[in-house]
Design a protein around this ligand. Structure first.
Ligand code: SF4
Ligand code: F3S
Ligand code: FES
Length: 248
C-alpha cells in the first residue's frame, strides 16, 4: 500500500543552501533513490543527484540519510516509519557542487598518489601464481565500489579538514595494505603508509567499517594489519638490526 512520505532535502550550492520539505508518494518496495527521483520528476526538476546503477554497485548515490552515510539506492523506505521525516543531505566531508552532488576529487587525488602494483622484474602477467588465501584477502578489498562512504565518515578528515593533505583515508590506506600484503608486490610501502598517507592518524574507531555497504572489514583486515607491519619494521629490534646491517 502506498503512502505519502515527508522528505526534507538539502538544496543549494557551494555558496549557501537550506533544507526544503517535500510531500511525496511512496510505493511498496521503493528505496530512497526512487523517492528522490519522484521529487525530481514531479516537484523539483532542477534537483541535482548523482546515481548510475541503482543496484549498489557503482558507488555514485552516496548521501547522508537521517544523518547516516548510506547509498540511496540500497536504503529501503521500509527502514523508516511512515510518519517519520526522511532527511537527505549531501556527504558532509566533501565540498558541495549542487544539492546532493559533492566534489569527491579528493579521493582520486589520493588514489593517484599510491605507487602502483610492482611485480618482480621479468615476471609476465600470465606467470603470476598466488596461494588461495592471498587471493581471497585481495578479493575482499577489491569488492570496494568506491562509494567513499568510509572516506566521508572517518573523523580524521570529517572533523579536521586540515588533515586532508596528510591523510589518505580508509579506502586508500586499505589499498596500500592490499598491495603491501600482496605476495608478488616488491615495493616496501610501510614508511610511506605512515609518513605520507597518514596511517598513524587512524585511531581505529572502526566507523569506516560500520558504513561500508560492501561489508569489507576495513579496520580489522587492512588497517590494523598494516599498522602491525609498520610497528614490526620500525620497532622490532631484529628488523631494526637487519635494516642497519643491510641498509634496506
Ligand atoms: Fe565504499 Fe567500502 Fe569502498 Fe569505503 S571501502 S569506498 S565504504 S565500498
Ligand atoms: Fe578512520 Fe576507520 Fe581509522 S574511521 S580512524 S580510518 S578505523
Ligand atoms: Fe549505483 Fe547507488 S546508484 S550504487
Amino acid at each position: 500500500m502506498g503512502y505519502e512520505a515527508k522528505f526534507r532535502v538539502w538544496r543549494g550550492d557551494a555558496s549557501a543552501g537550506d533544507l526544503r520539505d517535500y510531500a511525496v508518494e511512496v510505493n511498496e518496495g521503493e528505496v530512497v533513490l526512487d523517492i528522490i527521483h519522484r521529487i525530481q520528476a514531479t516537484l523539483a526538476a532542477d534537483l541535482a543527484v548523482r546515481w548510475n546503477c541503482k543496484a549498489g554497485k557503482c558507488g555514485s548515490c552516496s548521501a547522508e540519510i537521517n544523518g547516516r552515510p548510506r547509498l540511496m539506492c540500497m536504503t529501503r523506505m521500509s527502514t523508516f516509519a511512515e510518519d517519520e521525516t526522511v532527511t537527505v543531505t549531501p556527504l558532509r566531508t566533501f565540498p558541495v557542487i549542487r544539492d546532493l552532488v559533492t566534489d569527491v576529487s579528493f579521493n582520486y587525488t589520493k588514489a593517484r598518489e599510491i605507487p602502483s602494483f610492482t611485480p618482480p622484474p621479468g615476471l609476465a602477467p600470465g606467470e603470476y601464481r598466488m596461494k588461495q588465501a592471498d587471493v581471497e584477502r585481495s578479493q575482499e578489498f577489491r569488492k570496494c565500489i568506491e562509494c567513499f562512504l568510509c572516506q566521508n565518515t572517518c573523523h580524521v578528515i570529517r572533523d579536521h579538514e586540515e588533515n586532508e593533505e596528510a591523510f589518505a583515508g580508509p579506502r586508500y590506506l586499505m589499498r596500500i595494505a592490499e598491495l603491501e600484503m600482496h605476495p608478488l608486490d616488491t615495493a616496501d610501502r610501510r614508511d610511506a603508509a605512515q609518513d605520507e598517507f597518514g596511517l598513524g592518524l587512524c585511531n581505529i574507531t572502526k566507523c569506516c567499517t560500520d558504513v561500508c555497504p560492501e561489508d569489507i572489514h576495513i579496520t580489522d583486515n587492512a588497517l590494523i594489519p598494516m599498522k602491525e607491519r609498520v610497528v614490526g619494521k620500525r620497532y622490532d629490534p631484529i628488523v631494526w638490526l637487519g635494516n642497519r646491517l643491510f641498509r634496506r
